[in-house]
Design a protein around this ligand. Structure first.
Ligand SMILES: [Zn+2]
Length: 164
């Protein structure tokens, strides 16, 4: 079904154009810009465990996450949107079973929210860029900040710093 040559022939390949536009938009986004996706888009993008944590505020079982014992130098990013969240230099062994950090990479990389679920009052840690649930922050950390960011591995991606 070729359109007759002439005025309407230019915009026939809609779906492809759209995909390309979205990709370009992602690449050009700055860290400060919010990432907003529909639930269906998140489901398509994230694997089941990452979706349950980032979009459903689930908690991965302790001592199961891939970054619990990760000691390499590098940067931890949000698995939802790629925002840089935590640096390896602030990671410490909390023996809690989850990756733990004393501080976010920059203060406004994360958003904090009071969470009263499960009969507790906790402070939820969210990615400031995409609103994804990362974990909770507690005030029993070992660093100068006194804070312990208790973060699900499955909410993170790790970029190892290349040697040299
Ligand atoms: Zn994010």
């Amino acid at each position: 079904m070729e359109p007759p040559g002439g005025v309407t022939s230019g915009r026939a390949r809609g779906p492809y154009d759209q995909g390309l536009d979205e990709r370009q938009q992602m690449d050009s986004e700055q860290n400060t810009e919010k990432v907003v996706r529909s639930d269906a888009e998140w489901r398509a993008q994230l694997d089941r465990d990452a979706y349950a944590v980032l979009r459903g505020a689930a908690t991965e079982p302790p001592f199961t996450g891939e970054y619990v014992d990760q000691k390499a130098d590098g940067t931890y990013r949000c698995r939802g949107c790629g925002a840089e969240l935590f640096a390896s230099g602030t990671k410490f062994d909390s023996r809690s079973g989850w990756p733990s950090f004393t501080d976010p990479m920059v203060a406004d990389a994360v958003e904090l929210k009071t969470d009263t679920s499960h009969g507790m009052v906790r402070t939820e840690v969210l990615c400031a860029r995409c609103g994804g649930h990362l974990g909770h922050v507690f005030d029993d950390g070992p660093g100068a900040s006194g804070q312990r960011y208790c973060i699900n591995s499955v909410a993170l991606d790790f970029d190892e710093r290349s040697a040299g």
